[in-house]
Design a protein around this ligand. Structure first.
Ligand code: ADP
Ligand code: MG
Length: 258
């Protein structure tokens, strides 16, 4: 499936539809190799679900895409920008990539509205008025505009996670990364967050979601990736992935979670 060109070159920005390319990425924590030769191309607009056992490297993989983690070998190119230690490139990539974590990571001392306007004002130089208008647009989209003046602790977990999604969208990212966004939620709040994510997917957002919500995967994923032991073991469209998993590790994993 890889679209790496025969000469190994990476296309210029905008030349093809590949928006994320990982080539031969390897990462170690000390002696422990957490990512082993990761090759992954993501097309603009593609929705990818990443699943696999705990400790298989899923979080590390997606964190390499916005440079929250460094890697020792290989290459990551996001929208034509190669990730390296140049601060300019890291800033450029962070502008394009939004991230939502398992723990919502909202600033507790800021209101919902302030959580959403902080980065646009401070990192982008957007005026307060414009930032607030944008924030209200996305808070409306995640269906909690009425909570704007409250503080995170006054909201339910599901509402807080929807704020985290709105906050990421306020930076108008081209790509959204989700790392188990519903794992910390009470069961009755999972659906409202998944519905928000489904809405984003339907709007054409490029998404990489680490999640074990297989109903979500069946509904929106173009591709499901199964990781084990630092490798991409198997990937396929959901129809194939669930009905005809090729690897024993995948079958075992699906047997445990389905
Ligand atoms: P997953 O998200 O699939 O559960 P992670 O990417 O979080 O997996 O972690 C993969 C492996 O790397 C795990 O064995 C974990 O213990 C190890 N690991 C993660 N972060 C660190 C770290 N900062 N230092 C050392 N080991 C780490
Ligand atoms: Mg993880």
């Amino acid at each position: 499936m890889s679209t790496v060109q025969p000469n190994g070159s990476v296309p210029e920005r905008g030349q093809d539809q590949t928006i994320i390319r990982m080539e031969g990425v390897q990462k170690w924590y000390g002696d422990f190799q957490v990512l082993k030769d990761i090759n992954l191309d993501v097309r603009a607009g593609e929705r990818i679900v990443v699943c696999g056992p705990s400790g298989s490297g899923k979080s590390t993989l997606i964190r390499c895409i916005n440079h929250l983690e460094k890697f020792q070998k290989g290459k990551v190119v996001v929208d034509g920008i190669e990730l390296n230690d140049k601060a300019n490139n890291v800033d450029a990539i962070r502008r394009e990539v939004g991230m939502v974590f398992q723990q919502f990571n909202l600033f507790p001392h800021l209101t919902i509205l302030e959580n959403c306007t902080l980065a646009p004002i401070q990192a982008r130089g957007v005026s307060k008025e414009e930032a607030e208008a944008t924030a209200m647009k996305y808070l409306t989209r995640v269906r909690i505009p009425d909570q704007a003046k409250k503080y995170p602790s006054q909201l339910s977990g599901g509402q807080q996670q929807r704020v985290a999604i709105a906050r990421a969208l306020c930076m108008t990212p081209k790509i959204m990364l989700f790392d188990e966004p519903t794992s910390a939620l009470d069961p009755e709040m999972v659906k409202e967050v998944l519905d928000t994510m489904i809405g984003l997917a339907e709007d054409g957002m490029t998404m990489l979601c680490v999640t074990h919500e297989m109903g979500f995967a069946r509904k929106v994923a173009d591709r499901v990736i199964f990781m084990a032991d630092g490798r991409i073991v198997e990937q396929a469209p959901p129809e194939t992935f669930f009905s005809n998993p090729q690897h024993e590790m995948t079958r075992n994993f699906l047997g445990q979670i389905l």
